[in-house]
Write a protein that binds this ligand. Structure first.
Ligand SMILES: [Zn+2]
Length: 217
């Protein structure tokens, strides 16, 4: 299939993703290489000289986008990374399940790596792994839980929780939002932060599976 040039780009992308510590399944999805081939590439990489130390992640890729609201730093960094996605044309104009499924291609994989590399170069101690960067892009392309949009007050581009009307402001405009749980955390009871000091904020919450009014627009 394809021209040798395409095969070379696939190979280059696979090596780049391996160096960014992507899981085998992710490398397969974006390069269309088989699992066996990716594993062979990884072993070859380990044998190569002067390679930087590399962590190998096992198990499933991360799936829960509420992780980006866990701390103010994570939310700010996710916003910065998502802004790169937007600038580089990675975000579909019409987010949907379908758009998210159609995302993995070799050219977009190259752009994704580039965006992530820009992010790691501009943040002193990056907290978002490459696997979480893929999750961020996929969740934004799906557009169900999170979105990149201007802060309601100051217009800074931020990540918002689409299921919670509280998280549509940036943390500079409303520092108290740092402790507000995401709608997903409320529905699953997995909030890891202490928000007991914010009873007034909690009382404002929309039901997690309501009529969808907080999701529209
Ligand atoms: Zn703001």
């Amino acid at each position: 299939m394809g021209f040798p040039e395409d095969a070379y780009r696939q190979y280059r992308l696979a090596m780049r993703m391996i160096q960014l510590e992507a899981r085998t399944s992710a490398v397969c999805a974006w390069t269309r290489f088989t699992e066996g081939r990716v594993r062979r590439l990884f072993r070859a990489y380990l044998r190569s000289a002067n390679r930087p130390k590399l962590a190998r992640h096992r198990g499933q890729s991360p799936r829960d986008a509420s992780v980006f609201f866990r701390t103010p730093q994570l939310r700010a960094e996710a916003g910065g990374l998502a802004a790169y996605y937007s600038l580089l044309g990675l975000l579909p104009s019409d987010p949907s399940q379908r758009a998210a499924r159609a995302l993995p291609t070799v050219p977009r994989g190259e752009t994704l790596c580039y965006a992530f590399e820009l992010y790691t170069m501009t943040v002193k101690s990056p907290r978002i792994s490459f696997e979480h960067a893929i999750l961020l892009l996929t969740a934004l392309a799906r557009g169900e839980e999170i979105a990149l949009q201007p802060c309601r007050r100051c217009s800074a581009l931020i990540i918002i929780d689409r299921l919670s009307q509280l998280l549509d402001q940036c943390l500079y405009c409303n520092p108290s939002l740092a402790v507000v749980p995401t709608a997903n955390e409320v529905s699953t009871g997995t909030a890891v932060r202490d928000h007991t000091s914010m009873p007034r904020q909690l009382a404002l919450f929309e039901p997690a599976f309501g009529d969808g009014s907080s999701v529209s627009d």
